[in-house]
Design a protein. Sequence first.
Length: 205
Amino acid sequence: MKKILPWLCVVAVLAGLGVEYANNRKQATDMAQLRADKEELQNRLSAEQTKTTQAAAESDELLQLRKDHEDLLRLRNEVRQLRDEKQQLAKQMSQAAAATPQHQQSQQQVQQLMAENQQLRAQSQFIQATNQINICITNLRQIEAAKQQWAAANGKPPGALVNPQDLAQLLPNKTMPTCPAGGIYTINPVGLSPICNIPGHQMPK
């Protein structure tokens, strides 16, 4: 029995070492699998974050363009016809959306909104120039009416010179009007219509 006992202890130790080795191998395998899973999850998360960032950038660009578009629409009521064209284009884009990839559809919307904004800016500039012409012509007519009133009140014949100070009291707000486009007015003598030095800013004959 004394001879067998040492061998039994050796066997027990070896068995314990074998179990410990097996456990260590299993833990190492589990750790390697966990690392691989972690790396895969990080890669997926990075890819999703990239997609989210790109989508957010495109969304911000679209939102800014839409805001500019709405601001320009409020400038002038004369651009209502362009709204109808926009609705028609939006309907066509909606019909084609099913067959169009999402990224390509977003790019088309951006290009369409940029084109519409450019059209609106051009129309707004034209309307502004037209309004300036109308205001300037109204100013010239007021100056001419004041000249005629001054000449009649003071018995001045055609060709008589008149000063801005003479007319100021006869004009609205008791002051000489100014051209909204920055033009310079020439009063001219009695009998001659006042003029503005900007082409197109003149009273109809």
